[in-house]
Ligand binder design. Structure first.
Ligand code: UDX
Ligand code: UDX
Length: 460
C-alpha cells in the first residue's frame, strides 16, 4: 500500500453524511488517505461491496474510483484513530427519546462516546472536525472532554457542517454553494482551520470556503435547515387557503418566486417535509431557545413543525372526506414511500404517518416505491392491518380504489394513467401529494383528482 500520503483522514460514522463526504474528499484528493470506520459491520461490508448501503445517484462511481487506493472502509475504530491526523465525526445525533429534553434535544450519547474514544486511543495531536449537526456550544464540550486527561496531546476542534441534500449528495458535494468552517480564533485554531481549507481547496473555489467562529458555524447549520423548512411550511400553509378559495398554489408560488428577494426554490407545496434533519434540527433550535428563556422565539420556530404535522393530517382527512367518509376495506395504493425522490431513505417520511392513519381507518394498503420498499417494510413492521409491497406501480394500483402520490419520483409522471385507471375500482381517486402529474389530463381519463393547494377536479 502507498504510505506516502500527505495526511491521513479518518471519518467516524459511515452514514448518509460520512460515507458520501469522504468518498468525495478521497476522489478529489488522491494525496490524502481517507478511512471511514463504523461500529456497524454490515454497513462497512456494504460500503466495500457493489451494493452501497445508501442509494445516491453517481455515488458508486466515485467510491469505485478511489476504494482500495486512498479510500478504505473498516470497523477498527481504535486503529483508525491512532493512524489519523484529522478526524471527522459523523455519528448520528437523533432527537432524545428519554429524560430531560425528550422529543426535543439532541441525543449526544454516541457523539460523547466517540469523543472519549478519540481521547483514549490517540497517541499524537489531531484535528477533530464536527460533521454531525450539533447544538451550539457542543464543540466546547468536546474540547473539554479531549483536554480532560493529562496526556499532553493537543486536539483542535473545528465545526464543518454538511449542507448536502439526499438524492443530490454527489452534485452538492462536488459543487457546494459554500463550505463553512468554524474554528477558535487562537493561533492553533486558525492553523487547524487552514489545514481543512487546504483540503477543500482541491476542488472548491476559495471564495466559497467561508470561515467563522465555532458557534456561528454550529448555529448556521441549524438556522439553514430551519429557514428551508420554514419556506415549505409557509407555502403549505398557503396551500390550505388555496384549496378553500380556488386559488392555485403553484401560480402563487410562481408569482412570488419571481421576486428576486424571495427566490423560486423550496416553494413546492407538498404532503409535508420529511428527512432526518428538518424536524430534528428545528426542535433542537427550539430547545436551545427555551433553554435561554426565549419563549417567543422558540414558539415561532416550533410552529414550522406544527404546520408540517397539520399538513400531513389534512392530507389524510381530505382523502377520507373525498371517499365518502369511509376507507374501511378500501384498497389504497401509495405511490412512493421515500421522504423525497432519488433516495431510499424513509426517515421522518410523511408516507409513514399517512400509512398509519389509513390503517387506523381499516384501509388496505399497497405500497410502491422504486428504492424504499426495504425501509418501508422495516418502518411498518409493527403496524397492524392489510399491507402489501409491490414495486411495479401498475401491479400495485390494480384493483385499488385510490392512488396517493407521496414521493415525487420522476417515474410517476411518466406512467400510463389510462391503463392504471382501467385496472382500478370505480369511482377511482387520485390524491397528488406532490403536484407532479397533469391533473386535467388525469381528470379527463376519469379519475377524481385531488391536488395540493388547487381546486379538486371531480366527476360528481
Ligand atoms: C448525519 C449527521 O451525523 C447528523 O448529525 C445529521 O444531523 C444528519 O446526518 P447520518 O449520516 O444521516 O447523520 O446518520 P446515519 O446514517 O445514522 O449514520 C451514522 C453512522 O454512525 C451509522 O452508520 C452508525 O453505525 C455510526 N456510528 C454511530 C458509529 O460508528 N459509532 C457510534 O458510536 C454511533
Ligand atoms: C436537507 C437540507 O436541504 C440539506 O442542506 C441538509 O444538509 C439536510 O437537510 P434533505 O433532508 O436531504 O436535505 O432534503 P431536502 O431536499 O431539503 O428535502 C427535505 C424535505 O422537504 C423532503 O421531504 C422534500 O420532499 C421536502 N420539500 C422540499 C418540499 O416539500 N417542498 C420543497 O419545495 C422542497
Amino acid at each position: 500500500m502507498n504510505e506516502s500520503f500527505k495526511k491521513k483522514i479518518l471519518c467516524i460514522g459511515a452514514g448518509y453524511v460520512g460515507g458520501p463526504t469522504m468518498a468525495m474528499i478521497a476522489h478529489k484528493c488522491p494525496q490524502y488517505k481517507v478511512t471511514v470506520v463504523d461500529i456497524n459491520p454490515d454497513r462497512i461490508n456494504e460500503w466495500n461491496s457493489e451494493n452501497l448501503p445508501i442509494y445516491e445517484p453517481g455515488l458508486y462511481e466515485i467510491v469505485k474510483s478511489s476504494r482500495g487506493k486512498n479510500l478504505f472502509f473498516h470497523t477498527d475504530v481504535k486503529k483508525g484513530i491512532q493512524e489519523s491526523d484529522i478526524i471527522f465525526v459523523s455519528v448520528n445525533t437523533p432527537t432524545k427519546t428519554f429524560g430531560v429534553g425528550a422529543g426535543m434535544a439532541a441525543d449526544l450519547q454516541y457523539w460523547e462516546k466517540t469523543a472519549r474514544q478519540i481521547l483514549e486511543c490517540s497517541q499524537s495531536p489531531k484535528i477533530i472536525v464536527e460533521k454531525s449537526t450539533l447544538p451550539v456550544k457542543t464543540a466546547l464540550a468536546m474540547e473539554r472532554i479531549l483536554s480532560s486527561a493529562d496526556s499532553g496531546i493537543h486536539f483542535e476542534v473545528l465545526s464543518n457542517p454538511e449542507f448536502l441534500a439526499e438524492g443530490t449528495a454527489v452534485k452538492d458535494l462536488e459543487n457546494p454553494d459554500r463550505v463553512l468552517i468554524g474554528s477558535s480564533l487562537t493561533e492553533s485554531g486558525l492553523k487547524a482551520r487552514d489545514e481543512l481549507v487546504e483540503i477543500y481547496e482541491n476542488w472548491v473555489p476559495r471564495k466559497q470556503i467561508i470561515t467563522s467562529n465555532i458557534w456561528s458555524s454550529e448555529l448556521s447549520k441549524l438556522v439553514a435547515n430551519a429557514f428551508l423548512a420554514q419556506r415549505i411550511s409557509s407555502i403549505n400553509a398557503i396551500s390550505d387557503l388555496c384549496e378553500k378559495t380556488d386559488a392555485d398554489v403553484s401560480e402563487v408560488a410562481n408569482a412570488i418566486g419571481m421576486d428576486s428577494r424571495i427566490g423560486d426554490r423550496f416553494l413546492k407545496a407538498s404532503v409535508g417535509f420529511g428527512g432526518s434533519c428538518f424536524k430534528k434540527d428545528i426542535l433542537n433550535l427550539v430547545y436551545l431557545c427555551r433553554n435561554y428563556g426565549l419563549t417567543e422565539v422558540a414558539d415561532y420556530w416550533e410552529s414550522v413543525v406544527r404546520i408540517n404535522e397539520y399538513q400531513k393530517k389534512r392530507f389524510v382527512l381530505n382523502m377520507l372526506k373525498a371517499m365518502f367518509n369511509t376507507l374501511a376495506d378500501k384498497k389504497i395504493c401509495l405511490l412512493g414511500f421515500a421522504f423525497k425522490a432519488d433516495t431510499g431513505d424513509t426517515r421522518e417520511t410523511p408516507a409513514l404517518y399517512i400509512a398509519n392513519k389509513l390503517l387506523e381507518e381499516n384501509a388496505k394498503l399497497v405500497i410502491s416505491d422504486p428504492k424504499a420498499l426495504k425501509n418501508a417494510k422495516k418502518d411498518l413492521k409493527e403496524a397492524k392491518g392489510d399491507i402489501s409491497y409491490v414495486e411495479d406501480p401498475y401491479q400495485a394500483a390494480k384493483g385499488c380504489h385510490a392512488i396517493a402520490i407521496l414521493t415525487e419520483w420522476a417515474l410517476y409522471t411518466e406512467l400510463d394513467y389510462r391503463k392504471i385507471y382501467d385496472s382500478m375500482e370505480k369511482p377511482a381517486f387520485l390524491f397528488d401529494g406532490r403536484n407532479i402529474v397533469s391533473h386535467q389530463e388525469i381528470y379527463e381519463i376519469g379519475f377524481n383528482v385531488y391536488p395540493i393547494g388547487k381546486p379538486a377536479l371531480k366527476h360528481f
